[in-house]
Design a protein around this ligand. Sequence first.
Ligand code: SF4
Length: 230
Amino acid sequence: MSFLVEPPALPVPQLHDEELAELNAEFERLPAPKIIQWAVDNYSPHLCMAASMQDAVLIDLATRVDPGIEVVFIDTGYHFPETLETVEVVRRRYGLNLRMMTVTPHAEELWKVDPESCCSAVKVGQLDRALAGKAAWMSGLRRDEAPSRAGTPIVARDLRGLVKINPLATWSDLDVQGYIADHDVPVNPLLRQGYTSIGCQPCTQPPVDPDDPRSGRWAGHGKTECGIHM
Ligand code: SF4
């Protein structure tokens, strides 16, 4: 006799490949608030969004649709002080339903010797924890952020089988800057110091390739993504 109890099936639709293709075609023509509304209507309360705290554009948009949406921030223990300050500014500004995923500090600085394993243990592991029991999640991924992100879909299934929604996928850098100015959206102060993509402090520097805003991330390691968007 087994005492293992299966987790209850989530009462949300699974999306098949054809449905994803149809949604992506439709969403290419929709503004971000409509895409967020679709996500909230279909997946809340089994929905959250991940925030990097580079800026609060997606948070601003999402909290207009659902003020109580769960916002996940992974506190790796290696963030810039400016990023942690931005978390507080944004939390207060929007009264966020913020879920901080805090990592126990490593005994050694794994990022120095093996950044792939460090990201996998710290970022991917904490996101897996945050997404337990969820059916869908949103992120601020954009095609314009880097050549490696040019093919970002608006809606997809991630490796966990969850629905992943990128409402800003079609936004250009100018769209983001315009929205920030129009709505007085908080941004990470490092953006004014030459950083164009902000992650953990030991693995982030201003871009080394002016044509690739993410080229300051893990520079010299041949690594371009932390793994949470794979
Ligand atoms: S970005 Fe660097 S410090 Fe942060 S989790 Fe990845 S390897 Fe570790």
